[in-house]
Ligand binder design. Structure first.
Ligand code: UD1
Length: 377
């Protein structure tokens, strides 16, 4: 009997937040995708050991089938490089579809190349909107959704955003959150906090549940000297009440050095660490009293973990983390940050609840849908 050939779907990753989203999708495709074969493509947007390799290893993501090795550059050059290098891959592989996740430059670059070649685009984490066009990711979200054939959403509010932009409801499927699949799967394997902090000077005596975790890398917070100086000033002051641990993204580290802010941090109770692997960060996050962040994903992860989150941004594209979860949006204003911090310190903050379908099975639902979809194509 002739064996039926599986249909190939090129799964694209580029930057750190993509890795946590693709891991459960690849695993589910391998386990449940009777009609689907994943081909993993890394654009190379993030390439450092700390920003890439440790994630692949810790999350059990197979080595990419191909790495485009684009690296860092301006938005235009980085996006253009991905596009130029992705086109011949499509010509050679002739996939049944491509699947992109999230909202980074690699997401829009690959989606745009595929749609012009009439190759269906599947977008996971579609429909999120901050309504802030100054945010590069917002442009990537809007455009990727416009050219996508199938749009998988993490929260129900995403559908209204998409309908407003004229997207056909039939293409939108609410499946839950693949990043939370990864969170629940790895919670028990998180690296103990003591292990992450062992041998780090200044880390002695930081007990579990008695520190704040900081992550910050948005251009709007770190690229402008007065904004970053004010944020560091506020956090330094608050660190007298609660010690803080801050794993620093390469962009942020560069700016802290460039703006001469390192001394102020050294004098405070903020402990700087290099960027951490997924399981290391998880070990800190689940033991933090609170988290201060400008990340998108961490707003969701803290909600799923029931840890108070103070978001150092003016808005969020993930409103369910505020309406149902543990998130408070404060921006970069010192008074607002201090008020939210004080609230968590005195009341313990909002416990919230886990949103609908954030149950660890989003990737399996996606693959089930894709299996049927590829049969009907
Ligand atoms: C990108 C995403 C952002 C995501 C973030 C997570 C876009 C528009 N932004 O921002 O949504 O939240 O990743 O980390 O795609 N660098 C290194 N090593 C690396 C990668 C980057 O040193 O492996 C440094 C380089 O100096 C580079 C800078 O970080 O210029 C920024 O990297 P880039 O990929 O352009 O954007 P991110 O700020 O990381």
């Amino acid at each position: 009997m002739k064996q039926k050939l599986k249909k190939e779907i090129i799964c694209v990753v580029g930057a750190r937040p993509n890795f946590t989203k693709i891991a459960p999708i690849i695993a589910a495709m391998r386990a449940h995708g009777e009609n689907i074969k994943p081909y993993l493509l890394h654009t190379g947007q993030h390439y450092d050991e700390a920003m890439k390799a440790s994630f692949f290893e810790q999350l059990g993501i197979p080595e990419p089938d191909i790495d485009l090795e684009v690296g860092s550059a301006s938005h235009a050059i980085q996006t253009a490089d991905v596009m130029k290098k992705f086109e011949p891959v499509l010509d050679e592989r002739k996939p049944a579809a491509i699947l992109v996740v999230g909202d980074v430059n690699s997401t829009i670059a690959c989606a745009l190349v595929a749609v012009k070649k009439n190759i269906p685009v599947i977008h996971v984490e579609a429909g999120l909107r901050s309504y802030d066009r100054a945010m590069p990711e917002e442009i990537n979200r809007v455009l990727t959704d416009q050219v996508s054939d199938l749009l998988f959403t993490t929260e129900k509010s995403a559908l209204n955003n998409l309908l407003r932009e004229g997207i056909d409801q039939k293409r939108v499927i609410f499946v839950g959150n693949v990043m939370i699949d990864t969170l629940f799967k790895n919670l028990e394997n998180a690296v103990p906090m003591a292990q992450t902090l062992a041998k780090i000077e200044g880390a002695e005596g930081i007990p579990e549940k008695a520190f704040a975790l900081i992550t910050m890398h948005r251009p709007s917070n770190v690229d402008d000297k007065s904004t970053l100086a004010s944020l560091i000033g506020t956090l330094s002051e608050l660190s007298n009440q609660l010690p803080m641990i801050f794993p620093v993204h390469p962009r942020t580290k560069g700016k802290i050095e460039q703006f001469g802010l390192m001394d102020e941090i050294r004098k405070s109770h903020i402990l700087l660490l290099p960027p951490l692997g997924y399981l290391h960060l998880l070990g800190l996050m689940k033991n933090a009293k609170l988290v201060l962040t400008d990340s998108g994903g961490i707003q969701e992860e803290t909600t799923a973990l029931g840890i108070p989150c103070i978001t150092l941004r003016e808005n969020t594209e993930r409103p369910i983390t505020v309406s149902e979860g543990t998130n408070t949006i404060v921006g970069s204003d010192s008074t607002k940050i201090k008020a939210a911090f004080h609230d968590v310190m005195t009341t313990g903050g909002n416990i919230g609840r886990t949103p609908e379908l954030w149950d660890g099975n989003a990737a399996v639902r996606i693959v089930k849908y894709l299996d049927e979809w590829t049969r009907s194509e």
